[in-house]
Design a protein around this ligand. Sequence first.
Ligand SMILES: [Zn+2]
Length: 209
Amino acid sequence: MTGIQHSESKSASLLRPWLDSPYATRLAEDREFALSLSKPLGCANPTFVLVEGEPRSKSRPTHQDNSKQNRQNAELRFQLQNSFPIPLTGNLAVACIFYRSSRKRIDIDNLFKEVFDAANGIAWHDDMQVTACTGMLKLDATYPRVAVLIGNVASSLDRAETVMKCQFCGKPFHFDRCDSGRRKFCSRICQSTSRRKLFSGIPPIRRYG
Ligand SMILES: [Zn+2]
């Protein structure tokens, strides 16, 4: 972890109790573990986020669980917003470690769904950018939490963003290669206007009289 002096005196560490908090200790450990999980995926430029609290599942929540789940989701979104000022583009890898406080039944796919829903529009533009994924579900009765690592990854299924020039108005626009290899216009308006011009040979807005 950056910013931590190992030669710190006892009084100095007392002044900064967060250094000894379960959050600070787990942060370093979890980051190392998430990095080791993401390594086989070929993940580059990883960003790590640790969210305190019970990892919650997306499926069939009761009324009470629903409010708890919303809090967890809001916290996850808040942390992601801090770490990702703008959404990442291109192919991404995600590594998650879910620490649950009990052995109560839970399905890992629903836990992933919760993370993906929170990250959509914040860490990335679209879920389909994630082309590599790994994770673990573990037990920590005293300190339940969710560790999330997101980074770039190379893939034969290319989700790279491309800049094109609109063939109608000339404005540059971004699109994901998977949208359509044939996209030529920045907007539906430019597309339909250009089509009308092409087929009728008349200007898009006709003035009578
Ligand atoms: Zn245009």
